[in-house]
Design a protein around this ligand. Structure first.
Ligand SMILES: Cc1cc2nc3c(=O)[nH]c(=O)nc-3n(C[C@H](O)[C@H](O)[C@H](O)COP(=O)(O)OP(=O)(O)OC[C@H]3O[C@@H](n4cnc5c(N)ncnc54)[C@H](O)[C@@H]3O)c2cc1C
Length: 511
């Protein structure tokens, strides 16, 4: 019989096995169910939840079996986009016995990586193969943090499938699971091969121009090359940067609403400084790795929130735009989190209704204008690929100055970010930095730098769907999914949303 042990505290220089000898002297093997670090006190320690098995007892494998339809339906649902939402919708459909067709505007991961390297090196953007577009979607070049705030019974399923396709096993029990860009890129191609071998047709380099409707029902899709593909179920998993297809939906009368979002800058510190703030005397302890943080400030009077987002310990600031006229910052790290820098987005919430009224696309226009302004600032200084940057000190004191060295492979150029962003955003960011410095003394540092612009933390619109059927409120057979449709905000939540959509389709096909 297995036994459960919760809240086992293990010092940094102790081993879990030593503790288990005391707790369950007869144990033969064990499984970690949860592991986190508690660094709130002066001396950090690990906290575990463990299941032990007696000698000779079999350790059951973690599995999430899925019941399959007995007969494969003739109808093959269409999925647009191969990000986490699209890939997991396809995976779950296949596991349910429903064959499907997946259309991706970009190329396979390998080809796509060459285009990204060229963009960072020379500033030449491939509109279909970049940090957000191509096989794996924005997830492929993401930091690979798998933590999510959503609650869903599908989270363990998603993590388990990622492990089966090559992600480290620990993501199933760490409180802060992280795959890293280097490892997530190795997980996506095996998912593609599994899908292809089990009934999913995948079409790369095939942009979808629009979804076709008849009498408020889906009748198929129109590809960029003019071909029509017929079908009555379309999963729209196009991510938060695919504006033309969203505009085409609006033209066809599909119900879309404005959604609050956030804009700001990415802050970069030497990782050593963040380790020192978070781990104090233990900053250099090899067991701890690169420290992270999560910060937030909410103004009750204005309702405006400023918060850190996508914190990448031991990471790189990257240029992640999808438009050649604009520049966008984001962050990533490899599995080992071993770059000497820590970065995070610091963003200010923008209430769509308050800022733009009923103008549906004003949020998208606002974000595009900021990105173009940033690019124009770089171009004016004869830059081509660089990210604009300003030290935190210069930003707070609103003055010029040289940029600091940075992790970004695109290089950076000095720009007055305090003049580029709208005044209310600058004011809120400045107040938040002061507040963050009070909770993390040393956060405002002469070695800290801001880079920009951070405009793609989430999508400013939502393709509204029915809470039960998950189909568009106005058009039957259209299943908005993932981040672009406004129903997810990260890898895990987008993948979970894809699974939910697949379940809704399967249930409908299953009567
Ligand atoms: C640099 C970076 C770092 C990130 N780090 C993290 C992280 O650490 N943790 C985390 O949880 N999240 C992170 N994210 C966010 C995460 O990647 C996204 O939330 C997630 O990928 C959204 O999934 P999705 O499937 O909804 O859309 P996407 O991943 O954006 O995928 C959409 C796909 O649809 C395709 N597509 C779009 N339009 C069309 C069309 N018309 N025809 C055909 N194909 C089309 C695109 O090419 C793309 O491949 C990061 C994002 C970036 C850019």
């Amino acid at each position: 019989m297995s036994k459960l042990f919760d809240q086992i505290k293990v010092g940094l220089d102790e081993t879990l096995e030593e503790q288990l000898q005391w707790l369950d002297p007869e144990y033969g093997s064990y499984r970690i169910l949860k592991k986190s670090v508690d660094a709130r006190q002066n001396t950090p320690f690990w906290v575990y939840r463990i299941e032990t098995f007696s000698k000779g007892e079999n350790r059951p494998e973690i599995s999430h079996p899925v019941e399959k339809l007995k007969k494969t339906p003739l109808e093959k649902p269409i999925i647009i986009g191969s990000g986490p939402a699209g890939l997991f919708a396809a995976l779950r459909l296949i596991e349910r016995g429903v064959h499907c067709r997946l259309f991706e505007q970009g190329s396979t991961a390998t080809q796509r990586m060459k285009s990204i390297a060229a963009y960072w090196r020379y500033g030449t953007l491939d509109p279909y193969n970049n940090v957000c577009f191509g096989e794996g979607g924005a997830g492929l070049y993401s930091d690979g943090k798998l933590i999510t705030r959503i609650k869903s019974p599908f989270i363990p399923y998603v993590l388990n499938r990622l492990v089966q396709f090559g992600a480290p096993e620990e993501i199933q029990y760490l409180s802060n699971p992280h795959v890293g860009s280097d490892k997530i890129r190795k997980v996506i191609p095996p998912i593609r091969e599994f899908l292809r071998n089990n009934g999913c047709e995948i079409y790369f380099d095939t942009p979808v121009k629009k979804v076709l409707f008849e009498n408020h029902r889906v009748k198929g899709i129109l590809l960029k090359d003019g071909k029509e593909v017929l079908g009555t179920k379309v999963v729209l998993a196009t991510g938060h940067s695919s504006v033309p297809i969203i505009k085409s939906l609006a033209q066809d009368g599909v119900t879309i609403e404005g959604k609050s979002f956030a804009v700001g800058l990415r802050i970069e510190h030497p990782q050593k400084e963040i380790n020192k703030i978070q781990y104090k005397a233990y900053a250099e302890h090899p067991a701890l790795g690169a420290a992270n943080y999560r910060l937030a400030k909410h103004d009750n009077k204005t309702g405006i929130g400023v918060y850190s987002f996508c914190m990448c310990p031991g990471g790189y600031v990257i240029s992640s735009g999808t438009d050649s006229e604009g520049v966008v910052s984001n962050g990533m790290s490899n599995y080992k989190r071993n770059s000497p820098y820590a970065n995070a987005a610091i963003v200010v919430s923008i209430d769509h209704k308050e800022s733009f009224g009923s103008d549906l696309f004003a949020g998208l226009t606002f974000r595009q204008e900021l990105e173009e302004k940033a690019k124009a600032g770089v171009t004016a200084q004869r830059g081509s690929k660089q990210l604009p940057a300003q030290t935190v000190m210069n930003f707070l004191n609103r003055r010029n100055g040289d940029p600091l060295p940075s992790s970004t492979p695109s290089g950076c150029m000095a720009l007055r970010l305090d003049q580029l962003l709208p005044e209310n955003v600058v004011k809120n960011l400045s107040q938040a930095l002061e507040s963050f410095n009070r909770s993390m003394s040393g956060f405002i540092s002469p070695n800290a730098q801001l880079l920009g612009v951070e405009t793609r933390t989430s999508c400013p619109i939502r393709v509204t769907r029915h809470s039960q059927t998950l189909q568009s409120l106005s058009h039957l057979g259209l299943y908005p999914a993932g981040e672009g449709a406004g129903y997810a905000g990260g890898i895990t939540s987008a993948a979970v949303d894809g699974v939910r959509i697949a379940e809704a389709i399967w249930q409908e096909m299953n009567g």
